[in-house]
Design a protein. Structure first.
Length: 293
């Protein structure tokens, strides 16, 4: 908790060697707070976290590589000085700089591009051969090509036997993880593979000549909708009658609007929207029942 705000509530997570566990959720969902508790950088008000089977400590933190959102670099020092400092702290040989970093080895880190800063942060996180790699939004602010290259590095680390925890808000990246943990408003609302998570959702695609009218009608109905080109996707829970029940709900909402309503596979994004809505609706439902004062 931070003051009266609860940042995390009843969240449990584990990560094993060789897998990439993705923490997925909107800004403010609690991803960074969870990482900081797991690493011992924040103290939980309740519950416990273990790092390699024991409470987080300086000794256990030496066994991990961490790339925070802010990259954790000393921006007033040069590339060479950052690497020298890391070498002394972990008592390891100085890592060899790849070409792009060697070219700016004497430059102050704050004056080199974000792409090279991120490359340096990865280099330093891996220099001491960590057993666990913790990456907080590692591809934020980089172009698609650089993002793909960074994910190649992430997969290489997992394939070498390292455990990896990564937070991201890019759903295309989430699909590259071995397992996902979905956070919403500080709670764990779903976990498993992409197939595990999307199995709980159904969706239909609505096509209509007057798509603007169809969109307005469905939007007013309160159904979770998304545009897909000139079509409209509507998502629902598989345990609420399945796709047939969803088609009936959409048809009722459309009223006299002529449209085609066809089943389509649900996406991870739609699943997240449904889980997030359920999380937001739960407190209101308990309040209405008099459970919450």
């Amino acid at each position: 908790r931070f003051g009266h705000a609860t940042a995390l509530d009843d969240v449990s997570l584990d990560v094993r060697p060789g897998e990439v566990v993705g923490l997925i959720g909107a800004n403010g969902a609690g991803k960074t707070t969870l990482l900081r508790i797991l690493l011992g950088l924040e103290r939980a008000d309740e519950g416990e976290s273990t790092l390699f089977g024991a409470p987080p400590s300086n000794a256990s933190r030496r066994r991990l590589g961490y790339v925070p959102q802010g990259l954790g670099l000393y921006t007033t020092l040069s590339v060479r000085e950052n690497v020298a400092f890391l070498s002394r702290v972990y008592d390891v040989p100085r890592p060899e700089l790849p070409g792009p970093l060697e070219a700016v080895r004497s430059a102050v880190v704050g004056e080199i591009g974000l792409g090279r800063q991120r490359q340096l942060a990865f280099l330093m996180a891996l220099a001491h051969e960590p057993e666990l790699l913790v990456l907080d939004e590692p591809t934020s602010g980089v172009d698609p090509l650089a993002r793909a290259r960074l994910w190649d590095v992430i997969h290489e680390q997992a394939e070498s036997g390292r455990a990896v925890i990564v937070t991201t808000h890019y759903l295309q990246e989430a699909e590259q993880c071995t397992r996902l943990a979905l956070l919403s408003q500080g709670r764990m609302v779903g976990s498993g593979t992409v197939d595990d998570l999307t199995r709980g959702a159904v969706a239909v695609l609505v096509t209509c000549d007057d798509w603007q009218r169809a969109f307005d009608v469905l939007d007013r109905s309160g159904l979770p909708i998304m545009l897909s080109g000139r079509g409209i996707r509507v998502a629902g829970r598989a345990d609420a009658g399945g796709v047939d029940a969803l088609r009936q709900r959409v048809a009722r909402a459309l009223g006299g609007t002529r449209a085609s309503v066809e089943p389509v596979p649900a996406t991870l994004e739609e699943t997240m929207v449904l889980l997030d809505r359920e999380t937001q609706e739960a407190p209101a439902s308990r309040l209405a029942q008099g459970v919450v004062a």
